[in-house]
Design a protein around this ligand. Structure first.
Ligand code: NI
Length: 190
């Protein structure tokens, strides 16, 4: 599972839910939210979740200059490092907006996802649960948003459903353990 756009008001609750289910996940954080909630970030790191870079202000990177793209990425790297002492090694562009120029300027491995739950659109816990269980398959990268209250409310039942089906929830780095993720390459489709 990957959780985008946080940390937000429900992220601490999500961390408690993840802990109860012994589930690890990857949080693609927005730098400005990370800078505002450093204690939630350090808790994520301490509880063995992974933190990825999702830009500082969540812009469409394809509309920014090269310097603008680099600034969005680097300020987020700094915010995460400040809170956790670690540098993110993976990145996800807002809206999945990526072209060869953005990819080059980002300069990190890019992680996409297997199919959108559209949790931000429908804001229904029941729908989140059904969509995640439908999209789930071995080694799949699932995208939801921890800034959505309904998504966090859906997680206890969703995680139970996944675990009952035999899945183990791991971070992106654990998922790709053994194969080195390369800058300029895109992972997580399919
Ligand atoms: Ni996003």
């Amino acid at each position: 599972m990957t959780f985008d756009d946080g940390p937000g008001p429900y992220t601490a609750r999500l961390l408690a839910i993840m802990k109860r289910h012994s589930a690890r996940g990857t949080f693609f954080v927005v730098g400005r939210n990370a800078a505002a909630n450093p204690q939630v970030l350090s808790q994520m790191a301490a509880e063995h979740h992974e933190i990825g870079n999702h830009t500082y202000d969540h812009p469409d990177l394809a509309r920014l200059s090269n310097m603008g793209i680099r600034s969005e990425v680097q300020r987020t790297q700094q915010a995460v490092h400040q809170a956790t002492g670690r540098w993110p090694t993976i990145m996800r562009p807002p809206y999945g907006s990526l072209n060869s120029r953005v990819n080059r300027e980002v300069g990190m491995p890019v992680i996409m996802w297997r199919g959108d739950t559209q949790d931000w659109l429908y804001r229904s816990s029941g729908r989140v649960q059904r969509r995640v269980l439908k999209l789930a398959k071995r080694n799949a990268v699932i995208l939801v948003h921890d800034v959505q209250k309904t998504t966090v409310s859906a997680m206890p039942a969703t995680l139970n459903g996944l675990i009952r089906r035999g899945y183990t929830l791991v971070t992106i780095s654990e998922l790709y353990a053994g194969s080195r993720l390369l800058p300029g390459h895109v992972y997580g489709w399919g």
